[in-house]
Design a protein around this ligand. Structure first.
Ligand SMILES: [Zn+2]
Length: 162
């Protein structure tokens, strides 16, 4: 009988969520339609969710607990396994209503909020501008946002959408 090669427990291939691979920032280009262009870059949102499916509002790779705000304004938080020191008040997860003394106000989370991790800078490289004018951004997955042309505005007006 032939021995079946035992490649060990480490060889078990199973699908893993790519939790530690940082997604790329969202890049887009905006123009005034008169030759000026701006590059917008937004950092990715933390992908962690609490047991109820509430998605963390922090920027990717943040320290401290994962957090979000519930519909009623309560501050929800849960442990961040990649930051073992992140437990708040010795509790792994919970939420605090707005009228509670230990409520964490949204303004205090602004610096961690992924939407604030956003930058805009004017494109000055003429070669990049030329590409953008031809709808060919340097990043293949970048969006290009142009103002509507007079014809497009007329079409929207004629179809009752403007
Ligand atoms: Zn998070």
């Amino acid at each position: 009988m032939k021995a079946i090669a035992n490649s060990g427990p480490g060889s078990c291939r199973h699908w893993e969520k790519n939790m530690n691979i940082k997604p790329k920032p969202t890049v887009g280009y905006l123009t005034d339609g008169k030759g000026r262009w701006w590059r917008s870059e937004t950092q990715p949102q933390c992908s962690d969710e609490d047991v109820f499916g509430l998605k963390c509002q922090g920027v990717w790779g943040h320290r401290g607990v994962h957090w979000s705000y519930k519909q009623d304004g309560s501050y929800a938080y849960w442990i961040n396994e990649s930051d073992p020191g992140s437990i708040e008040k010795g509790i792994a997860a919970g939420w605090t209503p707005p009228d509670h003394e230990s409520y964490v106000h949204p303004r205090d989370k602004r610096s961690e909020y992924y939407v604030t991790h956003h930058s805009v800078e004017e494109v000055v490289d003429p070669l990049v501008i030329e590409r953008l004018e031809n709808e060919d951004p340097p990043e293949t997955d970048a969006y290009v946002d142009r103002p509507l042309s007079p014809d497009e505005i007329k079409y929207l007006e004629d179809t009752g959408r403007l």
